[in-house]
Design a protein around this ligand. Structure first.
Ligand SMILES: [Zn+2]
Length: 484
């Protein structure tokens, strides 16, 4: 039986909202406006405004008996979130995070599709047979839909012909990830020359090459210098991975883009200098994109001085300074950044987020559950982004970029993936409410001015904030291939 999600608001462009009913089964069948005129967010910002609207628009409505009706009660409906950068670690480093926990946390954060990274699986997703191993390991393990990154690592370059063959044959991945600096023995970085080779191979297929952009020579030489001087503090770590290291690596990738014509994507951009280079590359006509993450949009290195979160905040690259943070928000609002990801990477904080040697503390934040409420609260609610931009950065832009044709928008024919958001409710970010395997967050105590109330995936409710018994089985999530 088709269902109707009745009495919800969806984005009508800018900061406008329109009251609609959504008719759906596994896919969206139709969207009916309840009222032709749309509303400005500022007119209904307060709860009294919402109550008036509820009375005016939503009271005494009648729906066909042939449909089961879910009353959305004036919540915002947005297309299910897509997080294009997560490390859910199955199979492999599952003592830190696994797909069941990661995907459950994602559903609670309004995310219906993730794109999982290739480098934190064992084996890494670097060949057809490793991809098959990964897909077999994921059977019955994901609450939400997932796509996969393939990977290219230095370890395999003793035999470049085979690397190329495997890249060509790994059908179904949405792109390839590589590092200019990697700390992982199981996934070594590429030299700029190897990066160029890979970009040339990818040009034809049109698949993007995503790059961790920090310059290896700069990072390694500084790290060596500070360690020789017995420095083991956060400042030394941050100085070894500064904005210059990011900018140098991005320059390398711009040259790769110029020579190859391939689509290049910079993951977790952290600095104003890096952003300026990305803009220049775009202005010169290159297919050059970047993403950033909530931690770069909220914290600065000043926050490492807080011992309660210092270890939790460690990532590579590290967060930078206030002017970088401001520039990144501007990059989002001016469409210079393609989307917001989390680089979700968790661990057991008791085991790996302790000790006084900052070099050895595990780097990673399990952020997938906070991404949508964070961007709605800090972006849209604070006037840095429009509602329309916020939704594009969380979902539509990601679906477009990776050609996930069933995802990313509320149109008839698309998968019925959506999340219901209460814009009139707030909640504190708290580690104890996280569903990731490792429960810690540098965002502890941050007031998020939006709550994720329900998440629906292909027509089925998989999360309800007020009803913990709603749970899709962790086999409901499907592998999503890039279309065309
Ligand atoms: Zn990552």
């Amino acid at each position: 039986m088709p269902q109707i999600l009745a009495n919800v608001f969806h984005s009508a462009g800018g900061n406008r909202l329109q009251a609609v009913d959504i008719v759906f089964d596994e896919q969206i069948i139709d969207i009916h406006p309840i009222h032709q005129a749309s509303l400005e967010w500022r007119d209904i910002t307060d709860f009294a405004g919402l109550e008036n609207i509820r009375l005016r628009l939503f009271a005494n409505r009648v729906h066909p008996k042939s449909h089961s009706v879910i009353d959305g009660g004036g919540l915002l409906v947005m297309p299910g979130g897509i997080d294009a950068h997560v490390h859910f670690n199955t199979p492999g480093f599952e003592q830190r995070e696994d797909f069941e926990h990661g995907s459950l946390a994602a559903a609670h954060g309004g995310v219906t599709t993730v794109i999982d990274m290739p480098c934190t699986s064992l084996p890494p997703v670097t060949s057809v047979s490793n991809l098959e191993t990964k897909l077999a390991a994921l059977r019955g393990r994901s609450h939400i839909d997932f796509a996969l990154w393939g990977g290219v690592r230095g370890n395999d370059f003793t035999d470049p012909v085979t690397v190329r063959e495997q890249i060509d044959k790994m059908a179904g991945v949405v792109g390839f990830k590589a590092y200019l600096t990697s700390g992982m023995d199981s996934f070594a970085d590429l030299t700029p020359d190897q990066m160029l080779l890979v970009a040339r191979w990818l040009r034809e297929s049109g698949l993007p090459l995503a790059v961790h952009a920090e310059d290896k020579k700069l990072v390694a030489s500084r790290q060596q210098f500070y360690q020789l001087h017995a420095r083991r503090d956060w400042r030394a770590y941050c100085m070894s991975r500064d904005a210059e290291a990011e900018a140098e690596a991005i320059k390398t990738m711009i040259s790769v883009a110029q020579k190859s014509g391939a689509r290049i994507h910079i993951v977790h951009l952290s600095s104003a200098d890096g952003l300026n280079l990305v803009r220049q590359a775009q202005d010169s006509g290159l297919q050059f994109t970047a993403e950033t993450c909530p931690h770069y949009l909220y914290f600065t290195q000043h926050d490492f001085e807080n011992p309660a979160i210092s270890a939790y905040l460690k990532t590579a690259p590290p967060v930078k300074f206030a002017e970088d943070r401001t520039a990144l928000w501007r990059g989002l609002s001016e469409d210079a950044l393609a989307f917001v990801t989390t680089d979700h990477a968790g661990c057991d904080p008791q085991r790996e987020k302790t000790g006084d040697n900052f070099w050895e503390i595990y780097g990673g934040i399990p952020g997938v559950q906070h991404r949508a409420p964070f961007l709605i609260s800090e972006g849209f609610m604070k006037g840095r982004l429009t509602l329309e931009q916020t939704i594009r950065l969380l979902s539509s832009n990601v679906a477009d970029y990776f050609r996930l044709s069933g995802k990313g928008s509320l149109f008839p024919g698309k998968d019925a993936d959506f999340t219901l958001v209460n814009l009139w409710e707030s909640e504190q970010a708290q580690a104890k409410n996280l569903l990731s395997k490792g429960r810690y967050t540098p965002f502890e105590g941050l007031k998020l001015d939006a709550t994720i109330e329900q998440t629906w995936l292909r027509g089925r409710k998989i999360m309800d904030r007020s009803d913990p018994s709603v749970l899709a089985d962790p086999g409901y999530g499907r592998f999503i291939r890039r279309s065309g």
